[in-house]
Design a protein around this ligand. Structure first.
Ligand code: G3P
Ligand code: CA
Length: 287
């Protein structure tokens, strides 16, 4: 009888160990590796949030592609930074006022911050506004993603659509390096908590902004609340200091610094213990 009981206990332990194998140590986000996250793709070199910018991010060996999602008038998940198409296309108006077919007529072929709107030539499909499904179709097998839920309050039901899309494209889970295939980030606590209600296997990263010259700090209440749903945080790099990062790690939260454009700052973030950087230049560390 005693042998039988020990057999059951051993069996349970083995099953639990096997189940936990896919997760990286200390939480859903990797605790050891320093991640280079291609912010809007390789957006320093190629128009942001296009298949072309993600293709270059892959070529440059980024660990993750960061992208931003919105809902079209007909309820499709479209990828663009702004809620308004005027920032990167030739048209004006909100994404939510365009059907996907109408959005596909546009060309996202100039840089977001280029006031002269100089266009880039290339195959039109590479510079069309992509859907999330198209991005997964082209890059999902080889790349991992950090998906930003932009303004979810303006898009009722976007969290459900996102989780459904992740399931449909088999993007929930880990790659061979034990890195999550997808993490979701947002400034919206409500949006992240809604995702957490829907699925607890998707790592969530709370974006937090601090005022200029402010040093990152969170109250005990804020930290305790974060710990109920988040696997990490994204913080403007200027605010990050060693003690804060240590405090987050002690709580099991990974820390990602945004948005870095020079190698010196990238190396500094690595040296102070950040878990990764969002950068427009995924080749920033020359690796
Ligand atoms: O990746 C962090 C960053 O995405 C938040 O800023 O404006 O580029 O979406 P933004
Ligand atoms: Ca973003």
């Amino acid at each position: 009888m005693r042998r039988f009981t020990w057999g059951i206990i051993l069996g349970v332990v083995l099953v639990l160990t096997a189940c936990g194998k896919e997760e990286s140590e200390g939480g859903l986000m990797p605790s050891e590796d320093f991640l280079v996250i291609a912010h809007r793709g390789a957006s320093a070199y190629v128009p942001e949030n296009t298949l072309a910018s993600y293709g270059l991010a892959e070529e440059l060996d980024a660990n993750y592609i960061e992208l931003d999602i919105h809902l079209t008038k007909d309820g499709q998940l479209a990828v663009m930074h702004d809620a308004d198409v005027s920032g990167t296309t030739e048209a004006n108006g909100k994404i939510s006022e365009f059907t996907l077919a109408e959005l596909k007529e546009l060309s996202a072929n100039f840089r977001h911050d280029d006031k002269e709107k100089k266009t880039v030539n290339g195959p039109s499909e590479d510079y069309a506004v992509p859907t999330l499904g198209e991005v997964f179709g082209q890059f999902g097998d080889n790349m991992n993603f950090i998906i930003e839920l932009k303004d979810p309050k303006d898009y009722p039901g976007i969290e459900e659509k996102l989780v459904d899309a992740l399931k449909e494209h088999d993007m929930i889970g880990f790659d061979e390096n034990k890195h999550p295939k997808v993490a979701i980030q947002s400034f919206s606590e409500k949006g992240l908590k809604r995702v957490h209600e829907l699925n607890q296997d998707i790592p969530l990263l709370k974006l937090i902004s601090f005022d200029e010259d402010e040093v990152a700090k969170l109250s005990k209440k804020e930290l305790d609340d974060l710990s109920t749903y988040a696997s990490g945080i994204g913080v403007s790099f200027e605010a990050l200091r060693v003690p804060f990062i240590k405090e987050m790690h002690d709580k099991g939260l990974a820390v990602y610094a945004y948005t870095i454009i020079d190698a010196e700052t990238a190396l500094k973030m690595k040296a102070i213990g950040a878990n990764g950087i969002h950068t427009d230049r995924p080749d920033i560390l020359g690796e």
